[in-house]
Design a protein around this ligand. Structure first.
Ligand code: GLA
Length: 731
């Protein structure tokens, strides 16, 4: 068991391979204090770290309670009773006050991990993980709060969530219900690592010292967003890719979130993560419960790469589901940048013929196949095939493509409606909008009120019909704007604060329905590119479209930030035409292939317009994907050099889990005069095994490659690239 309770001293202990997490019961009142999270330690107790005597300032009436509660590192802080830092739980009583505080009542320890009702979450059986459920209470309110902690046996990850049960006998309003809190000391030794971005520049890495006060990330866009990620990394200031302690926190959720680090004058550091309390208020009738999303906590004593491996292993094995969990993802061609809205059956078949001849496995038909949709001004919501463009419907098109040996995928955007659509004309009330106020359009579209079952049912029935009309093996589920005008007539005035979360629950319900009805489907999520790239979405779709920016050099940084947390197998990555539609840059076709290679590989260009030289490169690119895609997708990923940091070159490496094959993917972005060959220290190899380099034929030990390093070839041109393979040789 990786979870235990030490009765005599009231300490819970969770162990993962390299980390220990401890919770201590304090005092007769049995406060739940956070004792330790860090490198694995033996069975002794660092109780001194609670600093109880320091905070226990005596007053004339005994202990100074406020100072004590404000100083105590707390597992799940309530509100308004002495702990002055960020609250995780705030409940409003019928009288209107919001104070609450938790103490221990009981606990359970069991193998495996329970599902979270209606929410995506990591999973595992008793052979994978153990769960601690602490039943806490606010005795005055009569409120019950269950704190769940699951420790994974082979991965340095602890997954936490909270269920608030209204056992008070009266209605309550839940004002704040975050998923996790992590209190620790910071005497100036930590950096904060977060991801920030924009459309076409998602997940740019930002590292800076933790400073006084509150800092962090958040979204109030109704989606996890392009702008910020539900992720906090905390690094020892000296931590590098391979050295030092690194903590990670990631929320398995696709809507509004708050991730915050707060440093006090006294060096107390509190990290919190959960649904953003602003715009959130959940009405809990007596007897009802609220389940928070799950927060994943990782610990690494081997630098940033250790954190990355924990997230990758956890998400690949215990979050992603379905038939493609362990299967190679098909190479594909997507017609979006090839044709935009201007296509018909003939054009798609022409692209298909070229794709099939080159050996590509699937064709994905993007936006524009339905309703009146010749640009992005109309048609969303009318999920009926436009037979003007596709005579004979999807069935005919797909049969033709299948006959060529191509599988077929389809784009949909179920959560949206164009004001110029039959759906909107028939049901204007289906869109989120506020009576008397012109709703804010974005990309000429409005958001459907997916919190309502009748709206979900209506849209789903249309999409189900289309998907059943042909052999559709892949769906790209898009979502192209943030939520505004968030009001639903279906909810009463006192329940509007539930709408953002109910919307996300509605999306999850729809995607679960889709996967249940089409169990062999490969689902890819998308949100104007990478606006909803989060673990919540990964529970439904093993891959996500990384960014609308398909330009290879910009992609280096986008993919670097994404792969910090998310497995390479989850990143949609395509070779696009040049000059790039995003930034006009022209790069070699070979380099575009190399940049897309580690992800879910495909092409996003008009195959009929390729030059003979470009066409000739495709079979080789597909062969690289077939051979080395699985090493990137299933192996251990290392970042050896970052273009974002050095502004010259980008080098990544992946090592198969059995350590027999390693691939090094190298892009020389800027060729610098008289520059010496770059030396990189390889990582993840077996020290004593011998590996042959595909570049020079040299055979050296893993230790030799890792510690003496490898000199990367000088490539001579801007935007050149190389793939170097190391294979273990028999000894
Ligand atoms: C979004 C997606 C693109 C494409 C278009 C279609 O922007 O990210 O890949 O599907 O929508 O409208």
């Amino acid at each position: 068991m990786s979870v235990s309770f030490h009765e005599s001293n009231g300490v819970f202990r969770l162990d993962t391979p390299n980390a220990t997490y401890m919770i201590s019961l304090v005092d007769e009142e049995r406060f739940l204090a956070h004792l330790y999270f860090g490198r694995r330690i033996p069975d002794d107790l660092p109780r001194e770290m609670l600093r109880i005597p320091e905070e226990d300032y005596p007053s004339r009436k005994g202990r100074e309670r406020l100072a004590f509660l404000d100083g105590l590192p707390t597992e799940y802080p309530g509100h308004g009773l002495g702990d002055m830092k960020q609250s995780c739980l705030e409940v409003e009583t019928p009288e209107g006050y919001r104070c609450c505080g938790l103490t221990y009542r009981d606990h359970r320890i069991f193998g495996g991990k329970p599902k979270l009702p209606g929410l995506p979450a990591t999973y595992g059986g008793p052979e994978d993980c153990d769960t601690l459920e602490i039943i806490a209470e606010d005795k005055v309110l009569g409120l019950t709060v269950r704190l769940f902690y699951t420790a994974f046996r082979k991965i340095d990850a602890i997954c936490r969530s909270v269920r608030v049960e209204n056992t008070t006998g009266r209605p309550l309003r839940l004002r704040t219900a975050l998923s996790a809190c992590l209190d620790m000391d910071d005497q100036g030794q930590y950096d904060l690592l977060t991801l920030h971005g924009n459309w076409s520049a998602e997940r740019m890495i930002n590292r800076r010292p933790v400073t006084m006060g509150k800092q962090g990330v958040s979204s109030r866009r109704g989606i996890s967003s392009h702008q910020e990620q539900p992720f906090l990394g905390l690094l020892e200031r000296t931590a590098t890719q391979t050295r030092g302690q690194v903590y990670g926190m990631n929320l398995v959720y696709s809507g509004n979130f708050l991730g915050q680090a707060e440093l006090t004058q006294q060096g107390q550091l509190r990290l919190v993560l959960g649904i953003h309390p602003e715009d959130f208020c959940w009405h809990l009738e007596a007897g009802e419960a609220f389940q928070t999303p799950e927060a994943v906590l990782t610990y690494s004593c081997t630098g940033i790469s250790g954190m990355t491996h924990a997230f990758h292993d956890l998400y690949r094995n215990h979050l992603i589901r379905g038939p493609y969990k362990n299967k190679p993802r098909p190479s594909l061609v997507n017609n979006w940048e090839a044709t935009y809205f201007r296509f018909d059956t003939e054009k798609i078949l022409a692209i298909g013929r070229e794709a099939a001849a080159a050996g590509i496995e699937m064709l994905v038909l993007d936006d524009g196949w339905f309703g009146k949709r010749d640009d992005d001004c109309s048609g969303l919501g009318d999920w009926v095939v436009n037979e003007g463009k596709l005579p004979g419907g999807l069935k005919h098109l797909v049969e033709e493509l299948n006959r060529m040996g191509l599988r077929f995928g389809l784009w949909v955007e179920p959560e949206m409606v164009s004001p110029d659509s039959d759906l909107y004309r028939a049901h204007p009330d289906y869109a989120l909008q506020i009576p008397g106020r012109v709703p804010t359009e974005s990309r000429q579209q409005l958001v459907l009120d997916i919190s309502r079952k009748e709206v979900r049912d209506h849209v789903y029935a249309m999409i189900h019909k289309v998907l059943s009309s042909a052999n559709v093996e892949y769906v790209k589920w898009d979502m192209n704007r943030a939520l505004t005008d968030v009001y639903s007539p279906a909810l009463g005035p006192d329940r509007q604060g539930e709408l953002y979360h109910r919307y996300v629950l509605g999306v999850y319900e729809l995607q679960e329905r889709l996967l249940t009805d089409f169990p062999n489907l490969l689902l890819e999520n998308c949100c104007s590119g990478g606006g909803r790239f989060d673990p919540g979405m990964l529970y439904y779709s093993p891959q996500i479209w990384t960014s609308d920016n398909t330009e290879a050099i910009d992609r280096l940084r986008i993919q670097e930030g994404t792969s910090l947390i998310y497995p390479l197998s989850s990143m949609g990555a395509h070779v696009a035409a040049c000059p790039s539609h995003t930034n006009n840059r022209t790069t070699p076709f070979a380099t575009r292939g190399r940049v897309a290679l580690p992800g879910c590989f495909g092409y996003e260009l008009d195959m009929t317009k390729l030059t003979p030289e470009e066409k000739a490169l495709i079979p080789g690119q597909l062969e690289e994907y077939r051979k080395y895609g699985p090493v990137f997708h299933n192996g251990d990923y290392y970042r050896l050099a970052s273009f974002g940091e050095n502004h010259a070159c980008d080098v990544i490496m992946a090592v198969s889990k059995d350590k027999r094959v390693a691939v090094i993917n190298y892009v020389e972005v800027e060729n610098r005069a008289r520059c010496r060959a770059l030396r990189v220290e390889l990582a993840g190899l077996e020290e004593t095994a011998l590996y042959r380099s595909s570049l020079t034929g040299e055979v050296r030990s893993g230790a030799g490659w890792m510690y003496a390093g490898m000199l990367l070839p000088r490539l001579e041109w801007d935007y050149s690239s190389a793939l170097i393979v190391l294979e273990a040789v028999a000894q």
